[in-house]
Design a protein. Structure first.
Length: 162
């Protein structure tokens, strides 16, 4: 799990991650064990704005701990995969860039983005735009879309050739 062993990580991470008390119930409610590494990843994402790469997440965790090398990238990737699988984390992969992750927290925090394939810029898509679209999809297809994290890719006004 970390280069310094679980006891060293427990001593340094638990006090440093201020929202561990908030993240443990979220993990348990999702049917997951509340581990030190999961709490650290959840805390790092919940305190971040927008999408973050695995390297960004590791830097945040290690900065909070003031202990470089305390969490392995493989642990972060596995944790993100698990959290994405249950709908707590969303991801976006842009051409020529690393996959990025964002805390979405389930249906209550569902939101969508417009993501430019050229410059990587992101724009939050207001709920009042998405709600009618989701209703229209259901009416036309009898398929009910689940609320969640959605990234609509394309070209922004600055990158689009006119």
């Amino acid at each position: 799990m970390c280069g310094f062993g679980p006891r060293a990580m427990r001593r340094t991470l638990a006090p440093a991650m201020s929202c561990t008390n908030e993240t443990a119930p979220i993990l348990r409610a999702a049917g997951l064990r509340s581990t030190i590494a999961r709490n650290a990843v959840v805390a790092a994402l919940r305190h971040a704005r927008g999408h973050r790469s695995v390297d960004d997440i590791i830097r945040r965790i290690e900065g909070d701990m003031a202990m470089p090398g305390a969490i392995a990238a493989s642990t972060v990737y596995r944790t993100l995969e698990t959290l994405e699988g249950i709908g707590l984390v969303g991801s976006v992969r842009l051409p020529r860039s690393a996959v990025t992750f964002e805390w979405v927290g389930g249906a209550a925090d569902a939101h969508s983005h417009l993501v430019c394939d050229r410059c990587g810029g992101e724009q939050l898509l207001p709920a009042d735009v998405m709600e009618p679209l989701m209703r229209d999809i259901e009416e036309r297809t009898s398929f009910r879309p689940a609320p969640g994290h959605l990234a609509i890719r394309g070209e922004c006004e600055h990158c689009r050739p006119d």
